[in-house]
Design a protein around this ligand. Structure first.
Ligand code: FPP
Length: 242
């Protein structure tokens, strides 16, 4: 049973296993990514239904650029297709679309379609769906470091003012709350350079299910598991219970 008051505000997902799913079904990797879009649809719908406020999906990492060109091209094509096909539906469901990552490095068509969908859904007050594209945690920490160095050099800030809160403000994801729950499908136990700064106290949930098989019911199961956990943030059990 899901209880409303302990719902995570922000869920982040590493959608892994498309390639293996395709292999299991005797098909090429692209087929797995295409089926992965079905899983995205179901999970976005489910997150909206239970009242999750932010959902961040790791759709393309900085490291994914190193995949074979045909796979990268197919993924970009799929993204364009999915954005075009789904925007209306997202809009109807009051979802607002956002993106994090080095968006300027994405093909121009992806940038344009993404910008269009973001603009169209920007006033929606339901789920905030955040696509991580050409994103990595280290990339954004480096971006923050560059900006901070610049501010120091130009005497805009003083060294003594540097603390966690200030660094957070220089991150490209500033404004996005830390996820309370990070789900990874596909049976691997890694965080793969995803939201490194933000997951300091995030609950991690791993499932062997391959992403194309993942559905909203699986998301609910993960949330249910999250609700049974005791989040101590470095304190003791006794301190938490008072
Ligand atoms: C990881 O599986 C998955 C990706 C790198 C791409 C995820 C993309 C989608 C689900 C489709 C488009 C997304 C949206 C938001 C419309 P993998 O290829 O690493 O699988 P493997 O570990 O089995 O090889």
């Amino acid at each position: 049973m899901l209880t409303i008051n302990e719902l995570p505000k922000h869920i982040a997902i590493i959608m892994d296993g498309n390639g293996r799913w395709a292999e299991l079904h005797g098909n090429d990797r692209i087929y797995g990514h295409r089926e992965g879009v079905e899983a995205v649809r179901s999970v976005v719908e489910g997150a909206g239904e239970i009242g999750i406020q932010y959902l961040t999906l790791y759709a393309f990492s900085t490291e994914n650029w190193n995949r074979p060109k045909e796979e990268v091209d197919a993924l970009m094509g799929l993204l364009v297709q999915a954005i075009v096909a789904e925007t209306e539906n997202l809009h109807k469901n009051k979802v607002s679309l956002h993106a994090i990552g080095d968006i300027g490095s994405m093909p121009i068509e992806v940038q344009q379609k993404l910008a269009g969908a973001i603009a169209k859904t920007s006033e929606n007050k339901g789920l905030k769906l955040n696509l991580a594209l050409s994103y990595s945690g280290r990339w954004e920490i480096v971006e923050a470091a560059k900006k901070l160095a610049n501010e120091l050099k130009n005497n805009k800030i003083d060294k003594s003012s540097i603390n966690e809160e200030l660094i957070g403000k220089y991150l490209p994801t500033f404004g996005l709350p830390d996820p309370e729950l990070l789900i990874r499908t596909g049976g691997e136990f890694r965080v793969s350079n995803f939201l490194l700064w933000q997951i300091a106290y995030t609950e991690l949930y791993f499932t062997p299910k391959l992403w194309p098989d993942y559905r909203k019911e699986d998301l609910f199961e993960a949330v249910n598991d999250f609700q049974k956990r005791e989040r101590r943030f470095g304190k003791t059990s006794e301190q938490i219970r008072i």
